[in-house]
Design a protein around this ligand. Structure first.
Ligand code: ZN
Length: 341
């Protein structure tokens, strides 16, 4: 799936005569040379496999957290592709592009190429590993820990945690409730009682944690854009915290970075039922962090652009760590004000 893997489609040999087939070979070489000079990101996909690629790697679609993303139309490409122009006319180019294969799905590459760069290597090899781990998480979640990639992530979190120093968190943090400001009171915004705590992204059922967002808009998006009255409480942290920061992928080791960028950790959850296998791996990561006495995890919002969330793992200590500052009504933004992730 690297750009340099652009090749011929399977049917090129059967469909083309010898002369066209030779021209196609020169065309592919010329495309690669012209692409090389553009210094594009190295991971590529086409229109046909873009959705599959970005559902495997959800943070790629958001284009945030260190992912470089570029798209390029071959129509425009031809106009400035000197080497390609030296090999074929525009008409020949359009005819023969039917036989140029996408490096990811091997289908005809189509009108557009999408190129990405991740802050870790070997995404193609990791995909099969992540897919096996996902199957394990769905079928036999306790066996996740025996899987090599999970063992690696646990080791990486342990090593990272041993180097973590308490840090002062910037700004204010927010929690939202589906209540009007007249109905809401400060107690509504504290940690939920155990008896009504459902399984969440970073918590087991019956084990509350405190989820906070970096901005009121992130809060509203994370609550899936409620249409009714919505109130926001603002919190400030009183003490520095030891935070596992998943919003800075450059500071993460390869296994954890790959897992974070994959659907194992960053797929938005649509499931409102009891079965939430998409949370198995994030809860595993939370357990690794909790085991290392980390106070919280900072992680990218899968629903709102550059928004981030913080989960405080020690619910009992939350009142001592953060102070309730104020609460206010949240007004639904007018269309187009926010770009949703
Ligand atoms: Zn493709």
């Amino acid at each position: 799936m690297a750009l340099r893997d652009i090749a011929l489609t399977e049917n090129a040999t059967a469909d083309l005569n010898e002369e066209d087939f030779d021209t196609l070979g020169w065309l592919v070489d010329a495309i690669l040379e012209d692409l090389d000079s553009r210094d594009l990101p190295s991971i590529a996909c086409c229109d046909a496999c873009y959705d599959e690629f970005t559902s495997t790697w959800p943070l790629a679609r958001l284009g945030i957290y260190g992912v470089e993303q570029t798209s390029m139309g071959f129509d425009i490409f031809y106009q400035s592709a000197g080497r390609v122009q030296g090999v074929v006319s525009k008409t020949e180019f359009e005819r023969l592009m039917e036989y140029v294969a996408c490096p990811r799905c091997f289908r005809p590459i189509g009108p557009n190429l999408y190129a990405f760069e991740f802050p870790f290597d070997g995404e193609r090899q990791l995909e099969s590993s992540l897919s096996r781990l996902s199957a394990l998480a769905r079928r036999t979640p306790f066996f996740v820990l025996a899987y090599p990639l999970a063992v690696q992530v646990r080791r990486e979190i342990s090593e990272l945690s041993s180097r973590l120093l308490p840090r002062t968190l910037p700004g204010n943090w927010y929690r939202g409730r589906l209540k009007s400001i007249e109905e809401a009171c400060s107690g509504d915004f504290g940690p939920p009682p155990k008896s009504i705590t459902q399984e969440g992204r970073y918590n087991h059922a019956g084990r509350p944690v405190v989820y906070l967002a970096d901005a009121p808009a992130t809060c509203w998006e994370e609550c899936r854009r409620p249409s009714g009255p919505f109130s926001i409480a603002r919190f400030a942290f009183k003490h520095p915290l030891r935070i596992l920061d998943l919003c800075e992928p450059d500071g993460l080791d390869q296994g954890l970075a790959a897992m974070l960028f994959s659907s194992l950790m960053s797929a938005p959850s649509e499931n409102n039922g009891w079965d939430r296998p998409e949370y198995t791996i994030t809860r595993f990561v939370a357990d690794c962090a909790r085991f290392e006495s980390v106070d919280g995890i900072l992680y990218p919002s899968t629903r709102f652009g550059n928004g981030s969330n913080l989960v405080v793992l020690d619910v009992e200590g939350f009142a001592g760590l953060a102070s309730f500052e104020e609460m206010s009504p949240f007004f639904r933004p007018t269309a187009g004000v926010f770009s949703s992730g």
